[in-house]
Design a binder for this molecule. Sequence first.
Ligand code: UD1
Length: 359
Amino acid sequence: MHILHVVGARPNFMKAAPVLAALAGYNGVRQTLIHTGQHYDANMSDIFFEQLDMPVPDLDLGVGSGSHARQTAEIITRFEPVVTDRRPDLVLVYGDVNSTMAAAIVCSKLLVPVGHVEAGLRSRDRSMPEEINRLITDQLSDLLFTPSPDGDQNLLREGIDHAKIHRVGNVMIDTLVRLLPRALSHRPVGLPERYVLVTLHRPSNVDDLSWLGLVLTGLAELGRELDLAVVFPLHPRTRQRLSGLDLPALSGNHFRLLDPQPYLSFLALQQAAAVVVTDSGGVQEETSYLGVPCLTMRENTERPITVSMGTNHLIGRDIGRLRTEVSRIRAGERKPTGPIPLWDGHAAERIARVVTERL
Ligand code: UD1
């Protein structure tokens, strides 16, 4: 049995790592790992393969950056001959990035079965490119592995046959559970004890420079008032945008701008943060598991279970709300949270079982 995995962007790597490892435990399973090259900087890609103990990809398609159309088309063009040549029995795709959707399109046209890991998530916001990627990938997939009940419900509502849906839990949490003990010794040195950890990279937050300026100035003020540092690892897109801004707030003592962090240091940073402010999807999940308060600067989330059962609060584009919530958290207010079912470190084992039984 030949299973081909496709990864391309940073958040794919921690999802694929446990599935590769779980399937490696089965006799007669041959695995191929293809990197599309959507992310290519060493600190956005290579370091993750090392820290996650992932095999070196069998092939890197080297697609690089570009507009959505160009990047997606490039992945489709370069991935098609790979599938034709290697004829896998199943292709596994992860998450909601352009590489995920592009690979699913190629496979469905070549009649090669596709399994989608992290299926069924919906923000219902079609201005997000990831929502388009999710909708298309799920429609084209033969096996849909969901992390939570809302995922199953979304898929059923869209007419997906329930026999294709397998609720397995959250593979990203598998990686977190495995590597948290190792991460604790990777906290970057020289950081203050108490800090707000910030990650912002979505176009809706970073492409509007006046909004980005307001957010950063607001965070710097808040940091000064509450005696909290602001630690902000910068995604390449955010760093590019910041170069067009002249913000006195950033030069103050309270602000620490960092390069993109490797997996283990970022996990350590989350674990020790007073609060995390983000627009990432995975960070909403990781903070919920860690019990660290998370403020998500978006109007919606495709991961509602992190709000209903985890530590996540949706605060939208609202600086007033950001101030209120950080102050509340600083004053010790916490909402009740509980362990999220199946976010237990064993999701990939459940995926491997379904895959090997089905093929
Ligand atoms: C992609 C995903 C997003 C995910 C994010 C995590 C899509 C549609 N978006 O967004 O869902 O949350 O990855 O990081 O797939 N760049 C570099 N070096 C790199 C990669 C990118 O400098 O290694 C810069 C380039 O200028 C590029 C920009 O970042 O144009 C954006 O990269 P891209 O892959 O298009 O999307 P992300 O914003 O990273």
